[in-house]
Design a protein around this ligand. Structure first.
Ligand SMILES: Cc1ncc(COP(=O)(O)O)c(C=O)c1O
Length: 448
């Protein structure tokens, strides 16, 4: 086996102050996390970069988590963190929710994969159709990425058209990443439109016209910075796509947690297709795509013209069981409503504290999902960060980790059900103190 390369993360900032602060923070982090470092180095021998999910890498190396409970995680060096990453929204229920754990334990005793339909999948399917207004029929798969690829392929087959349209800066999975250029993207002929710019979007839709099979959009940009779409933008896209006979696909892999009916329900919009993932599998691997019955019914295998849809683990007992208990018994419409309002309140309070700092830092989001941004104004669309931005994110992130606060390196914060007000207040006050401590580096990096 070849020897393991050293850690080679560079510091990109031109600012001597930011570079010096970051260097000393990295040294401290490395010293405090010897077991995570050793495991990271070992894993690199087999896994490029020591990992198999790009977003889980952050410099100088990520912590390895040993166990988790509720809204807390513990790493292999014995540090406990408040978990505000919430597994990038898949961890809505928190870690090891007793109802989900009990249901999974019961399911284990009956066996795992049967090579047959199960009772749970029919019940979960019915529950999702009942809950989300645009979903007349549904198919399960294994991830949000798979759901989007299948939904786009269905749109192409249904319309007999080739092209798709996406929003710049959006993320629909590893092979559907529209942040910069991704050489691994699925080879659909693709057109890009800017977020929250209805005029350009409508012009582009009209120009592509009869070649356009579907427009896919996150009704709130998630990975690209928790930036909500204007309701009028979404409404305009609904009208413009319909006018040229193209399908509108809402990717609600993250946002279906918003309110009882997801964002399409909240805005009273009816996309033709909709995709799900993340928390809807109760913490197990999960994906689903659904929408109009006249499109989805082509997957009915008893039809002579049926479309095929394979997937060994599409209806696996674990995902179906955990998803069913989660949506049916824990994240009821009433809980979803309260949770959304609670998230709104918490974000607004954080925004108020941030504005008191008078630094170029903002928080955007909706409900239980939010993101921090360094910049002169809160963004209305995904943006290209200025030089030094990622070093600044790293500095604040490492300092927050040293205080026992865990969130995404890029600034994303996702609340889970077990997060209490006092946990959030604790997080917010650590964040304010950290930003205050880094204020000179922030101003220097962000200034025009
Ligand atoms: C909006 C959106 N769509 C699709 C995906 C892909 O889901 P998965 O990671 O389950 O493939 C993600 C994942 O973060 C996402 O945020």
């Amino acid at each position: 086996m070849s020897s393991v390369p050293a850690i080679t993360e560079t510091i990109e900032s031109d600012s001597t102050m930011l570079s010096a602060l970051l260097k000393s923070e990295r040294d401290l982090y490395t010293e405090n996390n010897p077991n995570s470092l050793a495991l990271h180095r070992k894993a690199k021998a087999a896994l490029p970069g020591g990992n198999t999910r790009t977003v889980l890498h952050y410099s100088p190396f990520p912590i390895t988590v040993k166990r988790a409970q509720g809204a807390h995680i513990v790493d292999v060096d014995g540090h406990q963190y408040q978990d505000f990453l919430g597994e990038y929204t898949a961890g809505l229920y928190g870690h090891s929710h007793p109802k989900i754990t009990q249901a999974l334990t019961r399911a284990l005793s009956d066996g795992l994969t049967f090579g047959s339909p199960t009772e749970q999948e029919g019940r979960l399917g019915a529950l999702i159709c009942e809950r989300f207004p645009a979903v007349e029929r549904l198919r399960f798969c294994n991830s949000g990425t798979e759901a989007n690829v299948l939904a786009l392929s269905s749109a192409r087959a249904h319309t007999g058209r080739t092209d798709i349209m996406v929003v710049d800066g959006s993320y629909h999975g590893g092979v559907l990443t529209f942040v910069g250029d991704n050489p691994l993207n699925a080879p659909f002929p693709t057109h890009r439109i800017p977020f929250n710019d209805l005029r350009t979007a409508t012009e582009t839709i009209n120009r592509v016209g009869g070649r356009l099979a579907a427009l896919i959009i996150e009704p709130m940009i998630g990975a690209g910075g928790c930036i909500p779409a204007d309701a009028d933008f979404l409404k305009g896209l609904r009208e413009a796509t319909e006018a040229v006979g193209a399908l509108l696909l809402f990717d609600e892999v993250m946002t279906s947690r918003h309110g009882p009916n997801g964002l399409h329900g909240m805005y009273g919009l009816r996309p033709d297709l909709i995709t799900f993932g993340k928390y809807l599998g109760g913490g197990m691997s999960f994906g689903a795509f659904g929408g109009r019955a006249d499109i989805l019914d082509r997957f009915d295998p008893s039809r002579p013209d049926a479309w095929p849809h394979a997937g060994t683990f599409n209806n696996n007992v674990f995902s179906m069981t955990a998803g069913l208990v989660g949506l049916g018994e824990i994240y009821t419409p009433e809980v979803a409503q309260t949770f959304f309002a609670q998230g709104e309140r918490r974000r607004e309070k954080l925004a108020e504290s941030l504005s008191g700092l008078q630094l170029p830092v903002h928080v955007t989001g909706m409900g239980s999902m939010m993101a921090l941004h360094f910049g002169l104004k809160a963004p209305r669309a995904p943006y290209s960060p200025p030089p030094g931005y990622s070093d600044l994110c790293e500095l604040v992130h490492l300092k927050m980790m040293a205080k026992g606060q865990f969130y995404a390196r890029r600034g994303m914060i996702n609340l889970s059900l077990p997060v209490t007000d006092s946990m959030f207040e604790d997080f917010a006050s650590d964040l304010i103190a950290t930003l205050d401590m880094c204020s000179d580096a922030i101003v220097e990096t962000v200034s025009p």
